[in-house]
Write a protein that binds this ligand. Sequence first.
Ligand SMILES: [Fe+2]
Ligand SMILES: [Fe+2]
Length: 136
Amino acid sequence: MEAVTRRHLEEALCGEALASLRYALFADRAAAEGRQDVADLFREIGEEERREHFREIAELLGLARTTVENLEMALAGEVTEHRRLYPQYAGEARRVGDDAIAEQFIELGDDEHRHADRLRGALAATETLTGVALVV
Ligand SMILES: [Fe+2]
Ligand SMILES: [Fe+2]
C-alpha cells in the first residue's frame, strides 16, 4: 500500500471513530430533549459508522492483530497517556489558569493508569496461560 493511501485510511479511521462516538453523544442529547426519532437516527447511523465503516478501514490497515499484540499496543497507549500526555496537559492547563480542566486531565490520567494496570494483568495472565500450554 502506498504511503498516501495509508495516511488517508488512517485519517478516515479517525473520522469514522469520532463520528460514531459523537453520534452516541448526540443521540443521548436528542433523547433528553424528547426527540426519540432523532436519537434513534443518530444511534443507527453511529452503529453503522462503527460496525461497518470503522471495521472495514481497520481491516485494511491490519489494526487488530493477535490478542497478545493488541494487549501490548493498548498497554503502551494507556501508559503514554497516564505517564506523559495527561500530566503534560494538566501542567500546561494549570500554567495558563485553566485549573478545573487541569484537574480533569489528572482524573483522566488516573483512569488511564487503572486501564494500564488491568491490561498489564491480562497480559500477565495470557503469558501464564501460554506458559502452561507450553509445559503441557
Ligand atoms: Fe462513515
Ligand atoms: Fe484508557
